[in-house]
Write a protein that binds this ligand. Structure first.
Ligand code: PEP
Ligand code: MN
Length: 359
């Protein structure tokens, strides 16, 4: 296992990685990167960028230089693709991440991209890692499909050793015996990478499953596990995507995924904003129902212990703690207004007979 490396110093406490002016990985809120596997034409990349931005994505992805298994497959638009990514960034304000395949291309890609992607196939291209380390741009380092955790961390060390600590690790699935999923997203290793380094770690459930019908659930699983973000392949018409069509979701499916992650859409569209709020209300309702069930049992315990049902000092302590925890997240008086209502419901549940209180 990796001994003391630059990337393992202060392991377990994630250090933030900034991209552009607006994006910070590892700052507590998941960063979702979305866009097509390949940049295909100007209309495609600009419209997809607009759609994913509206849905709440923080960054745009799109391949200009594509690492393809066959030399006869579409290789990407190259420098023209970089220019189109620049157009999409200009139109949407979204920072861009794109893959660089060759050490010699690093300066050119760094000119157009806010973050460099080192792909799975190049994870141990040491000349490329060194060059990316000297680029002045943050780097997203994908795990090789056959790489161990230790090899992945040492690959990151090549970037860090050049003085570049702006590294985000991306778990994108490893090769296993299972052919049904193209690769197997290895959440355990992604979590281990978070424990063993100070680097933010994100998941790519698109390459990590190879199947679009698994992408949303796998993405939710990765964020529930505590990873710092997602990379999702999105296309306006997934079946027509020139690469990775099978694992690509539509812009509408992507918007639904973002709602399910409670990530706010960046739009003034009233129905979209209301759909986001409705999803959050649904989640709040589930939590409140669980709270009510527990407070019912607390009521029974108080009765058994001969304690008074209403304990104002306990309620005051709850409000104090929440006020501190909320900070400026709610408007002044917001904590009192909301929790006085919640505590009131709990009190009336506790005064009901046990079976009616849901205990
Ligand atoms: C990609 O992100 O489109 C890509 C080629 O990824 P990977 O290197 O993980 O295969
Ligand atoms: Mn792809």
């Amino acid at each position: 296992m990796a001994g003391e490396l630059l990337v393992t110093q202060g392991a377990g406490a994630t250090r933030e990685v900034a991209v552009g002016f607006s994006v910070r990985f590892g700052a507590g809120r998941p960063v979702v990167i979305a866009g097509p596997c390949s940049v295909e034409n100007e209309r495609q990349i600009v419209e997809t960028a607009q759609a994913v931005r509206e849905a709440g994505a923080a960054m745009l992805r799109g391949g200009a230089f594509k690492p393809r298994t066959s030399p006869y497959s579409f290789q990407g638009l190259g420098a023209e693709g970089l220019r189109l990514l620049g157009r999409a960034r200009q139109e949407t304000g979204l920072p861009v991440v794109t893959e660089v395949l060759e050490p010699a291309d690093v300066p050119l890609v760094a000119e157009w991209a806010d973050m460099l992607q080192i792909g799975a196939r190049n994870m141990q291209n040491f000349a490329l890692l060194r060059q990316a380390g000297r680029s002045g741009r943050p780097v997203m380092l994908k795990r090789g499909a056959g790489a161990t955790l230790d090899e992945w961390l040492h690959a990151a060390e090549y970037v860090a050793a050049e003085g570049n600590q702006g590294i985000v690790l991306c778990e994108r699935g490893i090769r296993t015996f299972e052919p049904y999923t193209r690769f197997t997203l290895d959440l355990a290793s992604a979590l281990a990478a978070k424990q063993r380094t100070h680097l933010p770690v994100i998941a790519d459930p698109s390459h990590g499953s190879g199947r679009r019908e698994l992408v949303a659930d796998l993405g939710r699983a990765a964020l529930a596990a505590g990873l710092d973000g997602l990379l999702i392949e999105v296309h306006e018409n997934p079946d027509a995507s020139v690469s990775d069509a099978m694992q690509t979701v539509s812009t509408a499916e992507f918007a639904a995924l973002m709602r399910s992650l409670w990530i706010a859409p960046a739009t003034d569209d009233l129905p979209a904003l209301r759909a986001a709020v409705d999803g959050i209300d649904r989640a709040l309702l589930d939590l409140l129902a669980r709270r009510v069930a527990i407070t019912g049992r607390i009521g029974a315990a108080k009765r058994q212990g001969g304690l008074p049902l209403h304990q104002p000092e306990r309620e005051a302590a709850i409000l104090d703690r929440l006020r501190t925890q909320a900070g400026a997240a709610l408007p002044p008086g917001g904590v009192e207004e909301i929790w006085n209502a919640i505590l009131g419901v709990s009190r009336s549940c506790q005064s009901l007979p046990a079976q009616e209180a849901g205990a």
